[in-house]
Design a protein around this ligand. Structure first.
Ligand code: KG4
Ligand code: ZN
Length: 346
């Protein structure tokens, strides 16, 4: 979208420190510093995450401005992630955004991280024609902390029509990976191993949940018990069957996700279907949703891989939509670890 509005986006909700500059919806830069420190602990350690954000945020923002060919005086608004996320991580980004805004007299725009994931479908890359979903569309938002089907009627008008009642899909990937002794985060590792395995080799119980809601904690438990029993008979069972285990587990998660998405698409009579969030990087899910879309004549939207995991370009694009509607935040704004209401327009 042609616009003169230049937005600096800042994201620090979990373990990626990121800053991006967008002009309108066109991305000029997007810098991400990921935190390798957590791998050795098999999960994100909140205190280490805050510390790493504190170290990374100045160089990351500086590089994003430089890569975009901009200076702070070119920035019309600073968009930042207010939540949901880890409080200590959010505090770094929110405080930094506030300080930068005050020092340079720039308006602040708070962004809901989940809205950012969904609106990543509206980021334009310079010189590239990117098709965008038409409103209303359904977005399957699948990340480490959330699994939701969201009805999106306008950039800032979103309604959750289904959500997980326990674990998120990303958590299912990560926890099952841990049980198999795979490194953190387990999602991408399972994805890779699954490519060499047989998805029909093992079967795991699927949940029966009402409506469009999800549940993944039962799958995790049945996977754990299944392995415990097999390992009793054969201590090398996991090692010898890793690829088939990953492929079968991944297929089960994808089947669960698609089942409800198809139901929701039918119920709401919507054919523009998008996916977003970290798990939308999963190659099995991308293939399955593409195939389902071809069968059902959907317009299917898969985000570029670089926009699936946490990034500030998605925060900046969401910030652009909010700024365009005059939705500014004042200096009293504080981070929120939990923001359940994704509508978050006011
Ligand atoms: O959106 P995200 O970066 O952070 C949150 O907001 O949670 O998502 C992280 C999640 C992790 O659970 C990670 O294992 C999962 O996304 N993930 C994947 C893949 N890449 C990342 N899961 C399955 N397959 C992948 N290729
Ligand atoms: Zn995220």
């Amino acid at each position: 979208m042609a616009s003169d509005i230049t937005i600096l986006g800042i994201e620090s909700s979990c373990d990626d420190t990121s800053a991006a500059v967008l002009r309108g919806t066109e991305m000029l830069s997007n810098v991400i510093a990921s935190q390798a420190v957590h791998v050795q602990y098999g999960g994100v350690i909140p205190e280490l995450a805050s510390r790493a954000h504190q170290q990374n945020i100045v160089p990351v923002v500086d590089t994003a401005l430089k890569n975009a060919g901009t200076e702070i005086s070119d920035i019309d608004a600073i968009a930042f992630t207010r939540g949901p996320g880890l409080l200590g991580s959010l505090l770094v980004g929110v405080s930094f955004a506030k300080g930068l805004a005050v020092a340079n007299n720039i308006p602040l725009v708070e962004v809901n991280h989940l809205q950012g994931h969904i609106l990543s479908h509206f980021i334009d890359l310079p010189g590239q024609e990117t098709p965008h979903p038409a409103f209303p569309f359904l977005c399957l938002l699948v990340s480490g902390g959330h699994t939701q089907i969201v009805l999106v009627s306008a950039p800032l008008h979103m309604e959750i029509v289904g959500t997980t009642i326990d674990d998120a899909a990303g958590e299912a990937f990560d926890k099952c990976a841990k049980v198999m002794g795979l490194p953190y985060p387990g999602g991408p590792v399972i994805d890779k191993l699954a490519a060499q395995g047989d998805p029909s080799r093992f079967r795991f119980a699927k949940p029966s949940v009402e409506g469009f809601d999800y549940s993944f904690s039962g799958l995790k438990t049945s996977f754990l018990y299944f392995l415990r029993d097999r390992v009793k008979e054969d201590p090398d069972f996991i090692e010898n069957n890793k690829a088939d285990l990953c492929a079968s587990l991944q297929k089960t998660i994808i089947d669960i996700l698609l089942n409800k998405l198809v139901k929701a698409a039918k119920e709401y009579r919507i054919r523009d279907i998008a996916i977003a969030g970290g798990v939308s990087a999963n190659s099995g899910l991308r293939n399955a949703i593409t195939a389902e879309g071809e069968k059902r004549h959907w317009h299917t939207f898969l985000p570029p891989l670089k926009f699936t995991t946490d990034n500030a370009a998605m925060i900046a694009v969401a910030g652009y939509f909010r700024y365009s509607e005059g939705l500014l935040s004042d200096l009293s704004v504080t981070p929120e670890a939990r923001i359940e209401n994704i509508l978050a327009k006011e």
